[in-house]
Write a protein that binds this ligand. Structure first.
Ligand code: BEZ
Length: 209
């Protein structure tokens, strides 16, 4: 099944390293960083799991819960977490889904047969508290994800929701943002009383205070 930005994400019941979860209930009022891995005890995945654990406070600041998935069992995951903690010098606390049969991997279209017929590729799903898919990224098995980018896109999505703005190329927090074309200059005067720079009528940049 393919799943698209804007979709209400599919629900599932599954075992994880932190017990059984019903996904929609588990989301609660948080954002979710749901990310898949091909297999336990593999080098790239080990560094990604360690990096996610290391960023626990950064995810918490953004009201975002990480949820991993790998196509192995809970007991394999638990042994692997010991290795992750040893080699990456972390304490991994977030749940990892055990998906040895690829049930959730298939549901979320994480199996890309041209890459591997049974193991998940490196998918990322950023999901909001309304259980709506807000962003996806897909990486091949041999390229580790950029976690600064993952935090950056969560910041961009949350700011866009809060301030009715869009973010330009390479935006990082503190940079000017874009007034979307759906907001007229009349409306913009109320929302952005500080004024804005108009490079073209469709390209207006504003500094948020
Ligand atoms: C890795 O995590 O290092 C990995 C996993 C599957 C295929 C290639 C690399």
């Amino acid at each position: 099944m393919s799943i698209h930005i804007g979709d209400h994400v599919p629900n599932f019941d599954i075992e994880t390293t932190k017990g059984h979860i019903k996904f929609h209930d588990w989301i609660g009022d948080s954002w979710v960083f749901f990310f898949s891995h091909p297999a336990d005890f593999t080098p790239v995945c080990t560094t990604e799991m360690g990096r996610t654990a290391e960023l626990a406070d950064e995810f918490a600041k953004r009201n975002t819960k990480p949820l991993g998935l790998s196509t192995d069992t809970v007991s394999q995951h638990l042994k692997w977490i010991d290795d992750v903690n040893d080699t990456q010098n972390t304490t991994l606390e977030f749940p990892i889904i055990a998906d040895p049969l690829g049930k959730i991997a298939k549901l979320y279209d994480m199996i890309h047969p041209g890459e591997d017929t049974t193991e998940a590729v490196r998918s990322v799903f950023i999901i909001d508290p309304k259980q709506k898919l807000r962003l996806t990224m897909t990486y091949p098995m041999n390229v580790g994800r950029n976690f600064d980018e993952i935090l950056r896109v969560i910041d961009a999505l949350q700011l866009a929701d809060a301030k009715k703005i869009a973010t330009p190329a390479d935006w990082v927090p503190g940079d000017k943002v874009i007034i979307p074309p759906s907001i007229s200059n009349e409306e913009a005067k109320d929302i952005f009383p500080q004024g804005w720079e108009e490079l073209r009528p469709y390209l207006r940049k504003v500094k948020l205070s």
